[in-house]
Design a protein around this ligand. Sequence first.
Ligand SMILES: O=C(O)C(=O)C[C@]1(C(=O)O)C=C[C@@H](O)C=C1
Length: 282
Amino acid sequence: MKVAYLGPKGTFSEEAAYRYFSSQKPEWQMCETIFDVLEAVQKSNVDKGIVPIENTIEGTINVTIDGLLSQGLHIEGELILPIAMHLLGNEGTRASEIEEIWSIPPALAQCQECIHELNAEVKHFNSTASAAQAVSESGRSDVAAIASQWAAEVFDLIPLKSNIQDNLVNHTRFIVLTKEQQEVEQATKSMLVISPGEERPGVLSVILNVFSSLAINLTWIESRPTKKKLGTYRFFVEAELGAEEVNMQKAITILETLGHDVKVLGSYYTTKLTENRPSGKF
Ligand SMILES: O=C(O)C(=O)C[C@]1(C(=O)O)C=C[C@@H](O)C=C1
């Protein structure tokens, strides 16, 4: 089995991938961007991919949910990973002299207070680890990266400040993607994307009522523009019930009868990790 994740070595995605697939010993493929991971699955260059979808502080990773649809992918699993961010610099760097902080946008967004305090500019990279690599290769002492403890070790950087995320209790939810829909036994969750049949007042409340009337608990809801006409949206809904369960099947039938388009993106269960293993001993 071949699995793609966001590289280079030292990303949080790498920790998520190693720990989710730890017992299966897959062949790994590192990709440069999150979208490249989705595309590798879509093109069947790999069997599975693992990508971040939501963070406690920053919320939804839009490139993931938009790409899920545009690439026609399915979800077969979920992993929740605790995230600790560190400010990493070359030896001799002093935090007070940092002019620029480099990282992937969701990581920068998780550390707004620290960035503000240091009054630094930000520069966007494709991952926390690619930013750490660039800082290391630059040899500069006026730049720093926001990345993991593992990235500090990989790229020989010094932690200048630790645990700099705005909220100490910080998690990122990763999803495991496949090209074809997989049957997951004992699934406890499912994700649907609902495209309303027509634009009319209260359409979202009608959709949500279908779930509440069947006592289905929703764990996540996100609206994304259809990208076709301003003000038109589709809704991603994650429910605490497998897609094959009777009540979920009833909800889907009712929604379709009401004229909405419903697509099941996956049915899966959650693996929640409680601690980081910062030294790459995943
Ligand atoms: O850049 C990384 O290390 C990633 O794995 C990506 C990513 C993300 O985009 O959310 C994953 C987890 C953290 O929330 C920060 C960065």
